[in-house]
Every structure is written in C-alpha cells, then in structure tokens.
Design a protein. Structure first.
Length: 723
C-alpha cells in the first residue's frame, strides 16, 4: 500500500515551540488567513472596532490620517483628510475640528492624499505639506498643493488652517501661483514635486517625467522656486504706522513699492516698536506698501540668555543718574550662509531707545543672533517711532530635472536612507545630494525595466521600500541595485484576485489600493480591491500582510465587505500614543460611508469573552495547504491528519475540511470539528476523499475565540485503483 506524507512544520508553534522547525519547499508553504505571529506562533489577528468619536462631519471618503507635530508649540495632533474636508482632533473620543478654511479639496474613490513635513529655516516652523491627486499615471486631474504650519491653538486666524502653498509663479504661469503635482516629498531640506503640471504662455503641459525642487528650506515665496532666483532685499527706514496690534498685525509703510507677496515667508525680529510685542514675526503677505505679520510663538528657538546690569550713580550738587543696561541674547539655529536680518528703533522725546539685531551664518549653516539694548532715564514718547529692517539677498538653489520619458510617467517616490527613490512605470531612479551649488542633485537610473504598478502600492519601512511592481511581482528594495522578490508565496493568489478592470471613466480600479506599514506588528499590508470587470464603486476589501522580520505572509479579509451597504477600506493613518489609549501605535482605517466616513481602529482586546471580532462579526482564521496531487492512477483516502494546537479557552475548536477543486469550495460533509484545550497538544482526524487533487484547511470562525497552531502532518494511504 503506497503512502505519501506532507509535513508542514514551519509554523513555529506546538509541542516544540521555540525550537527550529523544518522549512518547507516554496511550493508547500500554506496559505494563512487572518493570522498574526506572536513569538513565531500563528494565531488569529486582532479585530477592529468603530472608532469612538468618528464622523462628526468629517466627510467621505476617508483618504489619510496623519500625526503632525509642529515646531512652534511641540503640539502633536491627529489630522484626517477626506474628500470633503481637512480636520483634526486630540483624542480618540474627541470630536473633529474642521480646518479646511474654505479651500476646495478633491473627492471621489479615485483620489489619494500624500503628505510630507519640512522645516522653514527662516521661521523655524515645521510645515505639513498636503497634496491631493488622482490615481491616473498619465492624463489625470491635478489639484492644489496645500500646507499647514501650526498644529496647536492658533496664533492667528489662519496659522493652523489649510492654505494653498505659494511659490509656483516662480517657475510657471499656473493660476494663483498654485503648485500642481502627483507627489510631494521632503528630501535634504528641499521640497520636491514629482510629476508636475505647468503652464507657460497660456499652454498647459503635463510634465510626467519632471522632478522639481525648492530652495534649501525656503518654499513659501516665488523666488524660492525660481532656478537661480534671488531672495529680494528688504530695507525699511521709514515711519511705520501700526493699524492693529492683533496677530497678524498689518503694518503700513510709506515710500515703498514692493511686488505683491515677494516678502512672504520671510522672518524679521521687531523690538520696541509701538503697539508691537517684541519678537520674531513671519511676513505672511505684503502689498506695495503694507506688511501682514504673524507673530511666532514663544519658544520658536531654544535660546540661552545672559544679562548683566551695571548701574553707576554719582551725586553732585546737581544730581546726575546714569544707568547702563546691557542685555545679550544668543540663539543658534540652522541657517543659510550669508543671511542677515536687523531691526532698530528710536523714539524722539526726553528719552531715547534703540535696539539692533543681526544674524550671521558661517559656512556650516549655523547662525548666531545677538541683541543689545540700552536705555536712559526719562519719559519715552512712543508716538514717533521709526524702524529699520533689512534682509540680505541670496541665490535660490531651486531647480528641476526631467527623467527619461522612455520609462513612462513618474508614479511615486519615497526617501530611502540618504537618497530619494523615484519610481517610474518602467524604471527606478535614485536622487542623491551633491556639494554643488549649481547642481545640488544628481539622478541615476538604478533598475531599468522594473517600475511601480500603482501610485499608492508603495511604502517605506525598516530600511526598505516595499511595492507592487509592474512585472506582477512584489518587491523589497534596499537601495542601489539591491532588491528581492518577496511575494513568490502569494503572487499567484494576489495577482489573480487583484482587480484589473476599470471604473467606466478610464480609471483602473486596482489603483484605489494602498500599502501601509503596521509598525505595531512589524508588518507591511497591501490593501487592494478584488474582482473583475468595470466597477465604479469597488473599494479595497482584501489585505495581504507581509511580516518582514519573519518573511511570512498572511491574507486578511475585513468584515466591511459583508455590510450593507457594502463598504471597504479607502484610507488609513497611524496614531502615535493616543492620549486615551494604551496603544503605542494605533492603526486607523477609514471607509466610504455615504455621509461621513466611519473610522475603525484595531481593537487589542483579546479576552475570551469579547475579543477577536471585526465590529460584531466573527473573524475566520485559517491555515490552508497547497494543492496536493495524491495519485494520477488511484483514488486515495487520507488515513491520518495530525496537528498541534492550543486554544484560548476550553471551548475553542478547529474545523478540518477538504477541497477537491483548488480551494473554490470546502466540503461540509467531510469536515471534522475538534475541540482543543488551553495547553499545547497533538490531535488527529481521519477523512476519506475521492479525487486526484486535494487541499486541507484548518479554521476557527467563532467570535471571541482564537487558536494557535503548530506543526501539521498528513499521511495518505492508497485506495482502490482507477480502471
């Protein structure tokens, strides 16, 4: 009697937990459904629950959640971006606050949002750059690039509201100076725009191969985007009439003829001016003779202050009192070599006051600012105040590079270590920084022929990029020419199920998928739509999860797809240490609920009574073997199936079932249910089959129940010969 054995021993658990297990040939690796790994043992994944405080007018669909920390206050808040508005909240249970600021944001299932952070070295503010873009790799619609510069309580009416990022007039004729691109990335203190749309002489061009970057840490003015542009010199030595001391303060200056907004983004230090608090001010905007100032928060820069006061008093027949006060303040920050800002003020009356400030930068980019003030006794008249503000010129290092168009469009890009990696449809480029002031970046093609399949199916994690490639593989890219196909175990299932139809409006449904880093479980997730044909409402419903430390895959299916109306994951975010949760990193997912997107966060409740559920739906965990050709000449029967298992409670069960049609159906007639204990033990079942090809599945589909699985051994005995 012939016998054929299959041993699946690389699951990592069981009676020999902690010991090395036998590795399987690639073709024998089982499919894991709705599993995670804890101490190398596969077990049911955590469920998710409706996010407390979700909705509240946030809009739909949900694209992205981002935890933004600004450099002014140090505040860190969670921001949500939908097809209706931009909102923020402080706690899981808190309500959303609308920060859209009357801006129009893109909407629809074929839109995505990407963000990046960059610090403006003149104001020391950490700006959040936001880009809405559609998912087309060519001939798509472009939307405005926005920015935020303050996460906490507003210092002014618009300091933490969504605003259009200025500066595009420095290189093209786009309406209102609006940047238009498919991707924004911060790299080496420059803001990069990938795959741009630019207008010249009333003609609009889609620069699908263009990479454009701003000046070093300046990106809020036209000159900062103009290649070789010059920062305008500012020189005020005239009377300043303060219209209001509200922030931002509007200052009218006589005798000036500035170009509108040419000073926007510059920072000045004002000292002892009438109705103006001492401190740093950002020039928000300007007209020909007015400045709109926004006072920077206290603590913009860490300062070391030393003060010395010397008082000498001499009494004679006519008493004379002289008071000398010297105050020195030193501040150190990253700066641009050669930049300077000075301010001085004097008042005419029986007393005089003066102040000066200067900034100088060494070649290393370290700036020291020193303020010195002196005062004499008397009564100060602040009705006749003059001020001097000067800003030295500087040459912009902004520029652009057109990559080879033979490799198609730029689809995406992310920073990897010390390089910006740019993904085209059929090539991967590496952008690196140089020491040249005229050519600050160089671009090298690393992998011709290998490109990115879809704009959002790319994510950075643990020193690598993980992406779905144009050649129907899933890749890990480590920089240079070092890459590895990590998806061989699941690529047939992945690319067979990945939706390859359109939506009826020339958008590929698959491009609604996205990749995320689940740092809490050290895994990458590709969340994709499945199915075929034209579908205008299909959204991602299946998750392929790769545990990069263990090099293992599992497949998750969320219960959203079974809800009425059908929903799916349209976006995600990672909330770091939410104040009303014990989670260090909490993944947040959003859907396409009609009025307001519902958000879901992973529920780490794994208790026997309530855990392991998707909202109220049970999670089906499973281990499914590959197909086994038992014998082309004989009908076989399975004599024994041995497996190791452990339950979370004494009522946990494992159902062992058989499929004879490649996994399309599993027979309920031949299924065997085994109750497992709360300690590791070996179990055995016997199932008779009739067929040439067979696969086995071990599953638990009970809400609040979970089992851990170890090794599996299957022995088959020959039966009656087919004649």
């Amino acid at each position: 009697m012939a016998t054929r054995d299959l041993f699946i021993g690389n699951l990592g658990g069981g009676l020999n937990k902690g010991m090395p297990r036998e590795a399987l040939p690639e073709g024998q690796v089982p499919n894991l459904g709705n599993m995670v790994f804890t101490d190398e043992v596969p077990q049911k994944r955590t469920g998710y629950k409706v996010h407390v405080g979700a909705g509240n007018g946030i809009g739909t669909p949900f694209y992205l959640g981002y935890h933004y920390q600004d450099g002014v206050s140090g505040d860190k808040t969670f921001w949500g971006f939908t097809g209706t508005q931009v909102s923020t909240k402080d706690t899981l249970a808190g309500d959303w606050t609308n920060k859209t600021n009357s801006q129009t944001v893109a909407s629809g299932l074929n839109v995505g949002v990407d963000v990046t952070e960059i610090t403006a070295l003149d104001s020391y503010r950490n700006h959040l750059i936001i880009n809405y873009s559609d998912n087309k790799t060519i001939n798509g619609t472009f939307y405005s690039v926005f920015h935020l510069e303050y996460a906490g309580a507003a210092l002014s009416s618009d300091s933490n509201l969504l605003r259009i990022l200025p500066g595009a007039a420095g290189y093209c004729d786009n309406a209102n100076g609006t940047h238009l691109c498919k991707k924004v990335v911060e790299f080496n203190d420059h803001l990069f725009l990938l795959h741009t749309q630019e207008k010249y002489d009333a003609i609009t061009y889609e620069m699908f191969q263009r990479v454009r970057w701003s000046d070093t840490a300046y990106f809020l003015a036209d000159w900062a985007w103009e290649p070789g542009g010059t920062r305008p010199a500012v020189s005020l030595d005239t009377g300043i009439a303060v219209v209001t001391d509200a922030s931002p303060s509007v200052v009218t200056v006589s005798g000036e003829t500035w170009t509108t907004n040419e000073l926007a983004g510059m920072v000045v230090y004002l000292y002892k001016l009438y109705n103006i608090n001492n401190g740093y001010y950002t020039i928000v905007s300007n007209t020909a003779d007015t400045l709109t100032l926004n006072q920077n928060a206290v603590g913009d820069i860490t300062a070391t202050e030393t003060a010395t006061q010397t008082q000498t008093q001499t009494a004679t027949q006519t008493q004379t009192q002289t008071q000398t006060q010297t105050q020195t303040q030193t501040q150190t920050a990253t700066g641009t070599p050669g930049s300077s800002v000075t301010a001085s003020a004097s008042a005419s009356a029986s007393a005089s006051a003066s102040a000066s400030a200067s900034t100088s930068a060494s070649a290393s980019g370290t700036a020291s600012v020193t303020f010195t003030a002196s005062a004499e006794s008397g009564t100060e008249d602040q009705t006749n105040v003059t001020a001097t503000i000067s800003y030295s010129t500087a040459t912009s290092t902004a520029g652009y590079q057109d990559l080879r168009s033979q490799y198609g469009s730029i689809v995406g890009g992310e920073v990897l270590n010390n390089n910006l990696i740019i993904y085209m449809e059929k090539a991967i480029y590496s952008c690196s920084h140089t020491d040249s002031s005229t050519a600050p970046f160089r671009f090298d093609i690393m992998l011709p022929g290998l490109g990115l399949l879809s704009p959002r199916l790319l994510v950075e994690a643990a020193g690598a990029h993980y992406f779905v490639a144009n050649n129907n593989t899933i890749q890990a890219y480590y920089g240079g020419r070092d890459h590895r196909n990590i998806g061989r175990e699941i690529e047939t299932d992945f690319f067979t199920n990945l939706h390859n139809g359109d939506d009826g409006a020339d958008f590929m449904v698959r491009d609604r998928g996205f990749a995320v880093h689940l740092s809490d479980i050290r895994a990458i997730a590709f969340i994709v739509p499945t199915g075929t044909g034209s579908d205008s409402t299909k959204v991602p419903d299946t998750v392929y999860v790769y545990f990069y430390d263990r090099h293992k895959w599992t497949k998750w299916s969320f219960g959203l797809a079974t809800q009425t109306p059908t929903k799916g994951m349209t976006g995600w975010g990672e909330w770091e240490r939410p104040g009303d949760s014990t989670a260090i990193s909490l993944p947040i997912f959003g859907d396409n609920t009609n009025t307001d997107a519902l958000l879901y966060n992973f529920d780490y409740d794994k208790t026997v009574a309530t855990g392991h559920k998707d909202v109220a739906a049970a999670i089906t965990q499973s281990i499914e073997t590959p197909d086994i050709i038992v014998d082309l000449q004989r009908v076989q029967k399975v004599a024994n199936i041995w497996f190791e298992a452990k339950g979370k409670s004494s009522s946990d069960t494992i159902t062992v079932s058989v499929s004879l049609d490649g996994g399309s159906t599993f027979s309920a007639i031949t299924a065997v249910v085994k109750t497992v204990t709360t300690t590791w033990a070996a179990y055995q079942v016997t199932i008779n089959i009739s067929g040439y090809m067979v696969r086995f599945k071990f599953a638990n589909a009970t809400a609040a129940h979970s089992v851990e699985l170890g090794g599996i051994k299957i022995t088959m005995e020959a039966g009656e010969e087919v004649r």
